[in-house]
Write a protein that binds this ligand. Sequence first.
Ligand SMILES: Nc1ncnc2c1ncn2[C@@H]1O[C@H](COP(=O)(O)OP(=O)(O)OP(=O)(O)O)[C@@H](O)[C@H]1O
Length: 298
Amino acid sequence: MNVTLKLTSLTKRYGAATALSGVSFSVSAGERVALLGHNGAGKSTLMKIVLGLIPFDGGEVSVLGVTPGSAVARTGVAYLPENVAFHPALTGEEQIRLFLSLRGENPGQARALLERVGLHEAAGRRIGSYSKGMRQRVGLAQALIGHPRLLVLDEPTSGLDPVSRRDFYALLDGLAAEGAAILLSSHALTEVEARTDRIVILSGGHLVATGALETLRRQAGLPVVLLVTPVSGQAMAVAAGLPGSRIAGDKVVLTVPPDDKLSELARITALGTIIADVDLVPPSLEDIYSHFSRRDGQ
Ligand SMILES: Nc1ncnc2c1ncn2[C@@H]1O[C@H](COP(=O)(O)OP(=O)(O)OP(=O)(O)O)[C@@H](O)[C@H]1O
């Protein structure tokens, strides 16, 4: 695969404090990678290094095969900060025309860019009248100038409503399908779960986990919950037949290690006609995230 961003043993210190310690991972063309971590885990520091805004102390960083912050890297990398600020008196179109001119590009592309992010109808309105979601889209339109090959997005959907979030991710899907590499930080774990290809978890400046969610789920080995629905009036009988279970409302709940899942299901089905239904609840991304980010004593 075509590697767009590669970090190898990246280390960054602020005075005596280590913000990043031996962090290695890569993002390929067309890949959407989520960077997760508690406050202070090192996400912003990592992004600033990738953008070439701050120096680092050890390891290697390759952006589009070159040094971060070099002319080639600056042209090929786009950044969307968490809270984008624009001039409220300008219209969306005026703002994008301005950015295009500053980048030496044809301002006539502004309409097409705004259309791409779903802002064509509001293009002639002042940004001061835009919602937060619309301002994020202006930010994305700006980030798309010059067809960047790597998009670095800091909490791009924070403060957006569910529909705006879905639209935003649909846009990112389109960009990834065209070959852009996407690195985004987020605290919204459920959407990350559905809309990214791979997850990188930082904790206290260390990379504590990386992989597709399914891989992390297996590595974590967290318990699986079996929600058993008894036939009406049979909850006690079901619970009695399943040592280690508990009754919660109209369900009988069993929490089991992942490797025991099948044998437990066999135990449940062996109870026969007093069982109405069984649901299997795998650990959520929240559970997996807490599991990994608590390691290292964080
Ligand atoms: N300019 C700086 N000078 C000294 N320490 C810093 C500086 N910037 C960040 N740090 C420290 O480096 C560590 C990593 O911070 P960073 O901002 O990268 O974390 P983060 O994961 O982005 O957190 P958040 O989610 O709160 O934005 C923290 O301990 C922070 O206090």
